[in-house]
Design a protein around this ligand. Structure first.
Ligand SMILES: Cc1cc2nc3c(=O)[nH]c(=O)nc-3n(C[C@H](O)[C@H](O)[C@H](O)COP(=O)(O)OP(=O)(O)OC[C@H]3O[C@@H](n4cnc5c(N)ncnc54)[C@H](O)[C@@H]3O)c2cc1C
Ligand code: SF4
Length: 482
């Protein structure tokens, strides 16, 4: 069993032959591409911390298949402790990287498939679970990073897959061969796609009988023939191409998303985990979504960074003792720790499913993610309040280095005598990065839409709430007896 180091992970990516496009050009060397490399470094952190004794208990687990030590990102949760450690791992990595570290989608897809392949076999006497376990062992053996690919491009939102003007708006099976199935379509917004060894595909929503060809789940090596990646833009992304590091805000890490096109791709039978069982698409989507909504523990870790930056900016400005500033910092912490409560609560109330996999409490996971669609925005608003306007009007690093302008910048943006102007600039750039720049993709918009837009959680909350129990309690207490 392998527990890859960060360096081995990077080397393993060099062996892949991905077809990646960015800015209208093919990217031949993905690993060293200046736009993509910060996101690779963020995933590499998930490998690095597994070797740090202090973090070992959170970052590693014991495989239920082989009994060996594995990276938690390839683990199938076996008890409540596993689920709680997963939430702690998300916060830790969010704080370490200050961005999306990408590896959770694959972990959540593996756990959802562990539940669903077992359930399909129970009903249809298929052998998907056996296939899945073989695949899982391969993933654990090689400590792989998997892209969890659920979101279709979806065309006209009000129409089901089979009635779309373009039948490829949802990924589907176009034909069957002796060797496997051939699939066509695309998955949008794929987090960490070009840093992944594998791509695990799942349907995007509950399918009906007429959409059987769309009820498909499988896994493929990320460099399989016919898979094409088009990397998405992020706000302020080209700062990564500029000289100097200061204006990036986060000088090491970042994230990326991509459109992943499946252009008539052959999936061998032993990699197919669902094929036509539309009656299990709902369970797959709900289980994956619940796990992934729990995974938004990552935002708590990124929140830690933003709160730390806001406090630092306040100290640099000499306002940290002002009562309204202290109160705002408390408010940021209150919101952030409330998010932490949510991801710990849904984990600690997790339950075993048929087959032995532990699933988070679905209602609480949805409540947690719903809070995530709101609280980071409020935390970001307060951070911008404390940072002041300079966060968006600051001259560039080049101006700080230029002999013609450096002295003016250093003089006029100086605050406390003991704080170099450059330090003040750095912390403001970090706040900008997290609330308006490249990392805001992960901290804000991904908080809104990733793992499902707010309405998706409201639907799940309304389904899972026990209203009868509430009404009975109310009626009992006020003497209504029918
Ligand atoms: C940064 C980022 C990273 C992501 N990473 C991944 C990933 O790794 N893997 C993955 O599979 N997905 C990923 N996602 C996708 C995410 O799950 C989707 O963005 C989310 O499900 C919303 O889908 P959409 O973006 O197509 O928005 P849309 O579907 O266009 O939704 C926009 C609005 O329309 C509403 N709406 C949509 N359909 C309907 C309807 N039928 N009726 C009424 N209202 C409707 C929504 O509620 C929302 O308010 C990521 C998203 C982001 C932003
Ligand atoms: S948004 Fe968070 S949960 Fe999703 S992949 Fe990124 S770090 Fe993981």
């Amino acid at each position: 069993m392998t527990l890859l180091t960060a360096e081995q992970y990077e080397e393993s990516l060099r062996r892949l032959n991905l077809v990646v496009y960015q800015f209208g050009r093919r990217v031949e060397n993905v690993v060293d591409d200046p736009m993509i490399r910060p996101s690779m470094k963020a995933v590499a952190k998930t490998y690095e911390l597994a070797h740090v004794p202090e973090h070992e208990a959170i970052m590693t687990a014991t495989s239920h298949i082989t009994g060996e030590k594995i990276n938690r990102f390839t683990h199938i949760h076996q008890n409540v402790d596993d689920l709680v450690n997963k939430s702690k791992m998300g916060r830790l990595l969010g704080r370490e990287t200050g961005c999306c570290f990408q590896r959770c989608v694959g972990m959540d897809a593996l756990n959802a498939l562990s539940i669903v392949t077992y359930a399909i076999d129970e009903k249809h006497a298929t052998s998907y679970n056996e296939r899945f376990l073989k695949y899982l062992e391969y993933v654990q053996q090689h400590d792989l990073t998997c892209d969890g690919a659920m979101t279709d491009t979806k065309g006209v939102r009000s129409l089901p897959p089979s009635q779309q003007p373009d039948p490829d708006a949802y990924l589907h099976v176009v034909r069957e061969t002796e060797d496997g199935i051939v699939v066509r379509g695309a998955k949008a917004h794929q987090t960490g796609a070009v840093n992944s060894h594998e791509v695990i595909v799942m349907p995007t929503m509950t399918m009906r009988k007429g959409d059987k060809a769309y009820a498909v789940s499988f896994a493929l090596p990320s460099d399989t023939k016919g898979i094409v990646y088009i990397v998405g833009r992020q706000s302020c992304d080209t700062r990564k191409l500029e000289d100097g590091m200061l204006d990036r805000g986060n000088i090491v890490y970042g994230g990326h998303e991509a459109l992943v096109v499946f252009d008539d791709v052959l999936v061998p039978w032993d990699r197919v985990f669902m094929y036509g069982e539309y009656d299990f698409t709902g369970l797959l989507v709900e289980s994956f979504a619940a796990y992934h909504r729990q995974s938004y523990a990552c935002k708590v870790g990124v929140g830690d960074v933003l709160i730390g930056a806001a406090q630092t900016a306040a100290e640099y400005n000499g306002v940290e003792k002002a009562s309204h500033i202290k109160d705002k910092i408390v408010e940021m912490n209150h919101l952030n720790e409330t998010l932490y409560c949510g991801c710990i609560a849904c984990a600690s109330q997790g339950q075993v499913m048929a087959g032995g996999t532990y699933l988070v409490d679905v209602l609480l996971a949805n409540v947690h993610k719903h809070n995530v669609t709101r609280f980071p925005y409020e935390i970001a608003r307060i951070a911008q309040d404390i940072a002041g306007g300079l966060m968006v009007t600051l001259p560039s690093e080049q101006d700080l280095r230029s002999p013609e302008t450096a002295e003016w910048i250093k003089k006029y943006y100086k605050t406390r005598e003991d704080i170099p102007t450059e330090a003040r600039m750095r912390v403001l750039r970090l706040i900008e990065n997290l609330t308006l720049g490249a990392a805001a993709v992960g901290y804000l918009t991904e908080s809104m839409h990733g793992a499902g837009s707010p309405q998706a959680q409201r639907v799940m909350i309304s389904r899972r709430i026990n209203m009868t129990e509430k009404q009975q309690a109310a009626k009992r207490l006020c003497g209504i007896d029918h």
